[in-house]
Design a protein around this ligand. Structure first.
Ligand SMILES: C[S@@+](CC[C@H](N)C(=O)[O-])C[C@H]1O[C@@H](n2cnc3c(N)ncnc32)[C@H](O)[C@@H]1O
Length: 243
């Protein structure tokens, strides 16, 4: 069971530490203090995850059961790679039989069983490259993408929502029937059109706020479960699906 970590110091570091007043700006000092005192950061270190974000996915899975049975997973906005670590683990992915494809425009250190693309997901070539990299039809598309911040809240919000929409269209294009789509979104920010699209294509659509997602953050996750499948566009495609 994924329990919220309790304040402890199994990493050898006490919680509640203060950062000395040095040349750091007050905002940077506050960030650093929050980071080193964050029990999820300490637990990620302890359990070998590259980021505290691991616990968001694990908590969502605990409640909604999306990882079990996944054979191929595509991870969008994957760096530094904690979701990919989990994905490789649940799919049993290895370098000889790769079942996880990850994309990020930032560099990401190699992970066994994960094909990493250093590319903008909005690049027109990204969808094809991801499908090629994952080696078959994925049954899970997960996206933790957030647009780099500009400092202008509304712009940042719109850009992340755009990423979420493009990811949703991608998931509908590539998922296997019965598959799931999970994406980062913002509180109150999911467009009605996107929700309608997801409800048309998935059996269940819910918003989730895992405990590991900081309460002061407007971050939420949109989970669409049970992809209903693509309708064949042509008679040939219908024949193909029947075979
Ligand atoms: C919150 S981090 C992901 C953390 C990751 N889930 C983990 O567990 O380690 C969001 C990532 O999305 C990436 N990102 C944002 N926009 C992107 C885009 N258009 N294409 C590819 N990656 C993008 C960022 O570079 C960043 O690394």
């Amino acid at each position: 069971m994924t329990k919220a970590p309790i304040a402890g110091n199994r990493t050898g570091r006490k919680l509640g530490q203060k950062v000395k007043k040095t040349k750091l700006k007050a905002s940077s000092r506050r960030w650093l203090e929050r980071h080193i005192n964050d029990p999820y950061v300490q637990r990620a270190k302890l359990e070998g995850y590259r980021a505290r974000a691991a616990f968001k996915l694990l908590e969502i899975d605990e409640k909604h059961n999306i990882l079990k049975g996944a054979r191929r997973i595509i991870d969008l906005g994957a760096a530094p790679g904690s979701w990919s670590q989990i994905a490789a683990n649940v799919t049993g992915s290895t370098d000889a039989d790769v079942r996880v494809a990850a994309i990020d425009f930032l560099e990401m250190a190699p992970l066994p069983g994960v094909k990493i693309l250093q590319l903008d997901f909005l690049d027109p070539e990204a969808p094809e490259k991801l499908i090629e990299a994952v080696g078959g039809t994925p049954d899970l598309v997960i996206s933790d993408m957030a647009a780099p911040t500009t400092g202008h809240q509304k712009t940042d919000h719109l850009r992340t929502m755009h990423l979420c929409e493009v990811a949703a269209h991608f998931a509908i294009e590539v998922l296997a029937e019965g598959g799931h789509f999970l994406a980062k979104t913002f509180q109150g920010g999911t467009e009605r059109e996107l929700l309608t699209l997801l409800k048309q294509n998935f059996r269940q659509v819910v918003h989730v706020k895992p405990g590991a997602s900081r309460s002061e953050s407007v971050e939420m996750f949109l989970l669409a479960k049970g992809f209903k499948g693509r309708k064949p566009a042509t008679a040939e495609e219908a024949d193909e699906q029947d075979r």
